[in-house]
Design a binder for this molecule. Structure first.
Ligand code: NDP
Ligand code: 8X3
Length: 265
């Protein structure tokens, strides 16, 4: 651990799924956390739980990453002792709908583009100048297998994640000379998240997409994000492409029943 310990992590999308699991791993390892999302009551609950369990310091900020002015206001009014962010984890994101291009919903398209691409850009634009001026920092973006390979009806969600992949590569080119690391993690299907429920607008039956195979769990991805963030400062992991054992690509999933349960091995 270097001299600036404990480091400050700003994590977007901490209210559920991969973000909530990531908050837990970093809290356990003694980092100071700025946890963000729109559902303030969830953030309050998480803060209380993690501070009590791990004794770590947590600041919570409720805002919508799509709102450029709100993002600017929130970042510019960070208390002095929370403003030197060491690690930014751009995790907030979502899929909406699963329709062929000729039937897609404009509203779904706007929501995905505004959140996954523009939201990530707004937060990064506000936080990266401080990193540049300090000559240190690490940005970790949540991409997806959908940012590497398209699948039927995944069109606009995939396009946003291909954009995240392009932005990770571009940010790396722009920021490496300032001592800032840029990485991404690209998971396949992950359960213990609200991803499918959000995609299908709360339709619990449609959201049952993990019953016939064993996908990644949110903690699997959180552990990888932590691994990426905790490498020695001379190491920059560019991308981690990771899937459950029963998934070999976006279009290749062994749906013959849930297998490879850790308990049985
Ligand atoms: P969840 O739905 O469980 O979590 C999404 C998080 O994003 C929530 O905390 C939500 O908080 C936040 N969020 C969504 N929209 C906004 C917004 N406009 N402003 C602020 N926060 C927002 O899904 P996951 O944990 O699965 O998703 C996390 C990331 O992982 C996403 O980028 C997703 O694309 C990616 N991913 C997910 C995979 C999966 O299979 N689950 C696989 C590959 C990548 P709130 O609603 O409180 O604002
Ligand atoms: C989430 C995984 O396959 O639903 O990024 O697009 S997938």
């Amino acid at each position: 651990m270097d001299k600036s310990y404990p480091k400050i992590v700003l994590l977007t999308g901490a209210t559920s799924g991969i973000g909530a699991a990531t908050a837990k791993v970093f809290a356990k390892n003694g980092y100071r956390l700025i946890l963000t999302g729109r559902r303030m009551e969830r953030l309050e609950e998480l803060k209380q739980k993690l501070e009590f369990k791990y004794g770590t310091k947590i600041l919570i900020l409720g805002f919508d990453v799509r709102n450029q002015q709100e993002v600017r206001d929130v970042v510019s009014s960070l208390p002095d002792d929370w403003s030197a962010i060491d690690i930014l984890i751009n995790n907030a994101g979502l899929a909406k709908g699963l329709s062929p291009i000729h039937e897609g919903s404009y509203e779904h398209w706007e929501t995905m583009i505004d959140t996954n691409v523009k939201g990530l850009l707004y937060v990064t634009r506000e936080i990266s100048p401080g990193m540049v001026s300090r000559g240190r920092g690490h940005i970790i973006n949540l991409c997806s297998t959908a940012g590497h390979e398209v699948y039927p009806n995944g069109n606009v969600y995939a396009a946003t994640k291909f954009a995240v992949d392009a932005l990770t590569k571009s940010m790396r080119l722009d920021l490496f000379k300032h001592g800032i690391r840029v990485s991404q993690v690209s998971p396949g299907h992950v359960e213990e998240t609200e991803f499918a429920v959000v995609r299908f607008d709360g339709d619990a039956n449609r959201a049952k997409i993990y019953e016939d195979f064993n996908p990644l769990k949110s903690k699997d991805v959180a552990d990888i994000i932590y691994f990426v963030a905790s490498r020695p400062v001379h190491v920059n992991i560019q991308d981690v492409l990771v899937m459950g054992t029963q998934q070999a690509g976006n279009n290749h999933i062994d749906r013959s029943g849930r297998k490879y349960d850790q308990k049985n091995h």
